[in-house]
Design a protein around this ligand. Structure first.
Ligand SMILES: [Fe+2]
Length: 207
């Protein structure tokens, strides 16, 4: 079985509202670096699994931590690149309904998303709890800080300095507003549908 990752290509990265080609090109190269690192760590870990005496227990744990971090960076960037848009796109009705049911209104959701994004230097996700169907906005200060098991992301925002500093300087709020105002909302709707198809039943007490 071939587990080697290949960097995905993103046609939408040629034109993203508010972000220069320099930022997008550099950011894409960073993503490619994580793909390469994940492959390298995966290969090394596979060798160790076949011959455990190649590494100490501490080394094994460290390599596994680094691999999880690299894989999380790959997945985060892929969803982030997927949802970047070049113009204002109306939010699909199905997504609006789900969001409004969870946040009271779209405006409440967008305000919560903005505030959650402004409170982190890493990532912000809209996730669906696959056990309950509940939607939340959560943050992690780095790739290895994802919210909880079975929280399926439907939207991912990169709040690391490299994502915006070249174009917006220290004006993070302008970046966040520009990003949210021009998202390709068709993608979160698509990810929500996919997540709903793998909905899991609630875990019952005592089981
Ligand atoms: Fe990034």
């Amino acid at each position: 079985m071939d587990h080697v990752l290949e960097p995905r290509s993103f046609a939408n990265l040629t034109s993203v509202a508010g972000l220069s080609r320099t930022t997008l090109d550099e950011h894409y190269q960073l993503y490619c670096g994580y793909v390469k690192k994940a492959n390298s760590l995966s290969e090394r870990l596979t060798a160790i699994q076949m011959t455990p005496e190649l590494a100490s227990a501490v080394d094994i744990v460290n390599i596994k931590g680094d691999l999880c971090f690299a894989l999380a960076a790959v997945r985060n960037h892929e969803m982030y690149f997927d949802i970047l848009g070049s113009r204002k796109i109306s939010i699909p009705a199905m997504l609006q309904e789900q969001i409004s049911a969870n946040f009271g209104s779209m405006d409440n959701y967008l305000e919560d998303l903005r505030r959650t994004a402004m409170g982190t230097r890493g990532w912000t996700w809209t996730v669906m709890d696959q056990h309950t169907g509940r939607l939340w906005n959560f943050s992690g200060h780095h790739n290895g800080q994802f919210p909880f098991w079975d929280a399926r992301p439907i939207l991912t925002l990169d709040l690391c300095d490299h994502a915006y500093f070249y174009d917006f300087g220290h004006h993070r709020a302008d970046y966040v507003n520009c990003l949210i105002d021009h998202l390709n909302w068709e993608k979160p709707a698509e990810f929500l549908t996919l997540g709903s198809q793998s909905h899991r039943p609630p875990i019952l007490a005592g089981t």
